[in-house]
Design a protein around this ligand. Structure first.
Ligand code: ADP
Ligand code: ZN
Ligand code: ZN
Length: 745
């Protein structure tokens, strides 16, 4: 390669400013993407540092105008080099522009003033706190009692939660603050929230199973083997304790670690466990941080001020200079896949980054992804299993499956089966709590015509409008809103009626069947307000309600010791999705939902209602049998050539002009056909193609979407095809006005 594109400013703002330099012949063998070089810059040809982000053989400028790279920087390999190299890999693997990839991996400096946030903290501890609480009159000082009870559980709360959900007047807060009972503090997102409380708490004594995992991973690490490890263990089996022991080992050797946790599971309790154990060495990234604050955290990491970064997907790009370990908890979670270009998966990118840095990767889950388990079977990952809950008293719940078809036969039209209704009644009588779980908001009540059978659709998107309270119909893709029509828009018939059930409807029906019950509902509507999520969960944990109704949000990472019954209302809704992963997602959701009951001292019961009681996803979730599920699922993936057995590339063509989208898709179809022909001639295993066809959602906001799937055993074949397509030329004409996205699985 004769030319190199370099960037000189890495702080995000000017990442798109690429300068071309000639590579002197002596350096041509050596220069690679990510490398730090010195170049003459500007009028005075001042020598400055630059990073190589692309290489080319030709150049569109006059060669005599181009300056030459002076030398490779002697400063040693900067972590930025590694991150840029990683960006180059992501661009290649996932099909994005280099700029998009760079923006993903390099922290962006933005000078925005931090949002003003206040927290309310309890200043009393132990006996002092108990005395103060006991002295409060439940009648006259109900507000104070409510606040202090919540605070003794949480330690501290957001100011908005206190004044909003808890309805505490600012005057009450001031009075308590004057007395020194609470403190209202400006939140400093970097502040260790347990300053002053005990830190570096004693490590838990690990049981034998846990110890074996820690010893195996650490022994590998000491001998320079940096593998990928998967810990399969039910929630509560002690995975987090294992992570912390391995973290301690890595920190002791002067290296750093990244811990990925899905945003939804980044609860106060989880975060506190890391702070208690590692104190100031930990920093947390979450969506409440502004861009500028995130940048500051990354700078602190680079300077060595922190050793552990805990956060969701993007924490993966923390610029640690001596990275020794990446932990990914709940590794099966969908949120580890980016929905923006580059559409990367955190587990794969973590393995790549770890390989570059000489670090190990530890994955953990109760229901590992089929992909990860498959890699264990093939020896790519090492598998460890934690079969029992670490604390004995917590028992696994008893699960029953109810066939909804039989309910209808018996004349029961309620959404609650007779069995579930009976158990709910029992819990209400005993004063115990229940969870009712409805998977997928998208299936919530839509309107359909009884005469022609058509559902009322969004005029801009290929989805049904969802019925909301107050007679409004809303599109969950583009936000389009309209009143409920009197007549069917397709055939004019007056027989249109609600179909399917949403959380609102469930709430109304349960309230009707159990008039005395206190019910809370948690879904995307009730949690839309900031902090709505936490407010509902803490109200339920405070036993302000008997029944919590919700979507997948309620099954993640929360412990309610008083919940002894979980009802899954329609287990098969997510089975009929259009993705090859529907069964896997269903199994994971049901297993986790079932695991919600009986987390405390009381034994739990679970009822799974379904129209497909014989489906293996439902059967295996009911018996919490992960391997049983895997044994059923893998042959199906093998037979139909789906990941993880095959690699799959999905191309999405979108355009305002439907014909243009078709033309682009067909052009690619023809090009891929040529590849297939070439493979056939050479006697090699050919790539397989499905489509082009409408995407599962064929229109969003008036943009038409077509899709094409290409599969092959060897991922590199797909990457070659993608690179061929990206080099525009063969289908430049058909491509105009069409956006093309690649998704690699
Ligand atoms: P997971 O991450 O698998 O959900 P945790 O590590 O959170 O499991 O452990 C669940 C509970 O059991 C926690 O309260 C933890 O402190 C406790 N625990 C874990 N391991 C032990 C152990 N070896 N001895 C005592 N308690 C333990
Ligand atoms: Zn719409
Ligand atoms: Zn009709």
């Amino acid at each position: 390669m004769k030319y190199a594109g370099v960037i000189v400013d890495l702080s995000g703002g000017r990442l798109d400013k690429v300068f071309t330099y000639r590579i002197p012949p002596a350096l041509r063998e050596q220069i690679a993407v990510g490398m730090q070089v010195e170049v003459p810059f500007g009028q005075g040809n001042r020598q400055i540092d630059a990073y190589v982000i692309e290489l080319a053989d030709t150049c569109s400028y006059d060669d005599s105008q181009i300056k030459e790279i002076s030398c490779v920087s002697q400063k040693g390999v900067a972590v930025e080099s590694q991150l840029i190299q990683l960006a180059g890999w992501m661009k290649e693997e996932y099909g994005s522009s280099m700029l998009q990839a760079l923006k993903t991996v390099l922290p962006v400096r933005k000078s925005v003033s931090p949002l003003r946030r206040r927290r309310v903290r309890l200043c009393l501890e132990g006996a002092e706190r108990d005395r103060f609480l006991a002295a409060l009159s439940p009648k006259r000082q109900a507000g104070q009692l409510r606040l202090l009870t919540a605070l003794s559980k949480e330690g501290e709360l957001a100011y908005e939660t206190v004044t909003g959900k808890l309805h505490i007047a600012p005057s009450t807060l001031r009075a308590l603050e004057t007395k020194g009972v609470i403190a209202v503090e400006e939140e400093n997102p970097y502040r260790n929230p347990i300053n002053g409380l005990k830190q570096n708490e004693q490590a838990t004594v690990l049981n034998l199973d846990q110890k074996q995992i820690v010893e195996a991973v650490c022994a590998d690490d000491k001998s320079g083997v940096h593998g990928t490890y998967l810990i399969r263990g039910v929630t509560g089996s002690g995975k987090t304790e294992v992570y912390m022991a391995i973290l301690a080992h890595v920190l002791a050797s002067g290296r750093q670690a990244i811990v990925l946790i899905p945003e939804i599971a980044l609860t106060y309790q989880t975060v506190m466990r890391f702070y208690r154990r590692f104190g100031d060495k930990v920093s947390i990234l979450n969506s409440r941080l502004s861009q500028g604050e995130r940048y500051d955290q990354f700078i602190r990491a680079k300077k060595g001020e922190i050793q552990i970064m805990v956060g969701p997907r993007s924490a993966l790009f923390t610029p640690f200079t001596h990275l020794g370990l990446i932990i990914i908890d709940e590794e099966h979670e969908g949120s580890y896949k980016s929905e923006q270009s580059p559409r990367y998966h955190a587990v794969r990118v973590a393995r790549k980054r770890a390989a570059m840095a000489g670090a190990s990767v530890v994955l953990g889950s109760a229901t590992p992804s089929v992909d990860s388990f498959y890699r264990c079977q093939r020896g790519e990952y090492r598998l460890f299993t934690l079969n029992r809950r670490a604390v004995k008293e917590a028992q696994l719940p008893a699960v029953e499956i109810v066939d909804l078809r039989k309910e209808l036969e018996a004349g029961n039209k309620s959404i609650l089966s007779r069995r579930l209704a009976e158990l709910l009644k029992d819990r209400l009588q005993k004063g115990e709590q229940s969870l009712l779980f409805l998977n997928r908001r998208g299936y919530a009540g839509f309107l359909s015509c009884r005469s022609c059978g058509k559902a009322v659709k969004c005029p801009h998107c290929d989805v049904s409008l969802t019925l909301h309270r107050g007679g409004r119909m809303i599109c969950h893709y583009c936000g389009h809103e309209e009143a409920v029509p009197r007549r069917c828009p397709s055939c004019g018939s007056g027989y249109i009626a609600g179909f399917g059930i949403g959380t609102q409807k469930v709430e109304a029906m349960v309230a009707e069947q159990f008039p005395g019950a206190r019910i809370l509902r948690m879904d995307a509507d009730t949690t839309a307000a900031k902090g709505g999520h936490e407010a509902i969960l803490s109200a339920f944990a405070d036993e302000q309600a008997d029944i919590l109704i919700g979507t997948q949000m309620i099954v993640k990472g929360h412990d309610f010791p008083k919940v002894t019954l979980a009802g899954i209302l329609a287990a098969d809704l997510s089975l009929h999705g259009s993705s090859y992963e529907s069964s896997e997602r269903t199994f994971q959701l049901l297993t986790q939902a079932a695991g919600r009951a009986g987390r405390g001292k009381l034994a739990g019961q679970v009822v799974i209602q379904t129209y497909s009681p014989e489906h293996y996803s439902i059967q295996m979730a009911a018996s919490q049998n992960y391997e049983g599920f895997y044994q059923e699922e893998l042959p199906y993936r093998q037979m139909l050539h789906y990941p993880p057995v095959y690699a799959m590339m999905t191309l999405l063509f979108s355009s305002k002009d439907e014909q243009a989208a078709w033309r682009a898709a067909r052009a690619v179809e023809n090009l891929v056909d040529r590849y297939i022909g070439r493979f056939r001639k050479a006697g090699r295993k050919e790539p397989e193609m499905i489509g082009p066809c409408d995407a599962p959602v064929s229109k969003i906001s008036d943009i038409y979407r077509k899709t094409l799937y290409i599969k092959h055993m060897d991922r590199r074949v797909l990457i070659t095809i993608k690179n061929g397509l990206e080099s525009l030329a063969p289908w430049e004409e058909e491509r105009a006005g069409v956006s093309v996205q690649y998704d690699m699985q």
